[in-house]
Design a protein around this ligand. Structure first.
Ligand code: 3EB
Length: 313
């Protein structure tokens, strides 16, 4: 069973499914964003003994992987001079690794690249990323089976993709306050984004996508950080409530907050709920008017009870 990740300053003592240090550096496992406040990394506990390796694919793609036999974590880093092509190749390599290693169900991805809002119209880098991902998914994954996702801009060159996959399928969860991203109208891009608002993994872990102040398909509260935070929070809570209908009561186990204007992190602190570990990271949200994005993992209490982390809450 997939256990909730923990925010931590140090790598865990026993080999984890994944240890993702925050901040800049060479490793493909790094989340290449500056910590504004909070823990220095995130670890995903392993259910069993961990194996790891690297998979090479055509055109120089290398995917680093770690697995505990039930779940697979992948990390890939590559140049992004042509972001659409880079993304298509990256996802092609990831899907090939899932096939080769026997974890067919993609639960969650994180995508980091620089200058996400650069370029006008279809030339915008975020849209190029969206098209590349759609091309890789075409014929292999359909709406309703898309992974949860985050796509966030950083300062480091290159495309970094982290992905979590399972042997068992997960359920895509959509937010009734928002249009599914794959139904976004063409004003946000000729090709709509292929991600689910959340996925509920077997065993009761909800992996919540990057969640912003979007209602329907429209950004709300442009320029108002506090109001955006509160709207995004309501979106996040809505997804947790839907998960609880399926998996029983639970709680949020950890939050990442991505903030566009790094000097404003103190304004966020007042709004963060007590008792939920969080880290605030400096990141550019894909729409220019959005100042903040949230993501988190929610776990049903029954899943928490069998998790190695149950004692530390
Ligand atoms: C939104 O709600 C904000 O393209 O993978 C959030 C999370 C967003 C993931 C993605 C985009 C993605 O549309 C943007």
């Amino acid at each position: 069973m997939l256990a909730a990740p923990s925010l931590s300053d140090d790598p865990p003592p026993s080999p984890p499914l994944a240890w993702l240090p925050f901040g800049h550096g060479e490793s493909p496992w790094r989340v290449p964003l500056r910590v504004l406040t909070g823990a220095g990394g995130e670890y995903w506990p392993a259910a069993r003994v961990v194996t790891s390796g690297e998979h090479g694919f055509g055109q120089g793609e290398t995917v680093a992987w770690r697995s505990d036999g039930e779940h697979l974590f992948l990390a890939l880093r590559r140049p992004d001079e042509s972001l659409e092509e880079a993304t298509e190749r990256a996802y092609g390599a990831i899907l090939a690794a899932l096939d080769a290693l026997g974890f067919p169900h993609l639960l969650r991805t994180w995508n980091y690249f620089s200058r996400i809002g650069e370029g006008e119209g279809e030339a915008e880098r975020y849209r190029a990323f969206v098209r590349g991902r759609a091309r890789a998914f075409a014929g292999r994954l359909e709406a309703g089976r898309y992974p949860a996702a985050t796509a966030i801009g950083g300062r480091e060159p290159g495309l970094i993709v982290h992905a979590l996959a399972a042997r068992d399928p997960a359920m895509g969860i959509e937010n009734p306050r928002q249009l599914p991203a794959w139904r976004y109208p063409p004003r946000y891009g000729r090709v709509p984004p292929a991600f689910s608002r959340a996925t509920l993994a077997a065993g009761g872990l909800l992996l919540i996508s990057g969640t912003a102040s979007v209602i329907g398909h429209e950004s709300r509260h442009p320029g108002d950080l506090t109001a955006q935070f509160k709207e995004a929070w309501r979106n996040l809570e809505t997804l947790c409530a839907l998960a609880a209908e399926r998996a029983g009561p639970g709680r949020l186990r950890g939050l990442r907050v991505y903030l566009r204007e790094q000097e404003r992190w103190r304004e966020i602190l007042a709004h963060l709920p007590r008792g939920i570990p969080f880290t605030v990271l400096h990141g550019e949200i894909c729409r220019r008017e959005l100042l903040v994005e949230l993501e988190g993992v929610w776990a049903s209490l029954s899943s928490a009870a069998s998790s190695p982390l149950a004692a530390d809450g």
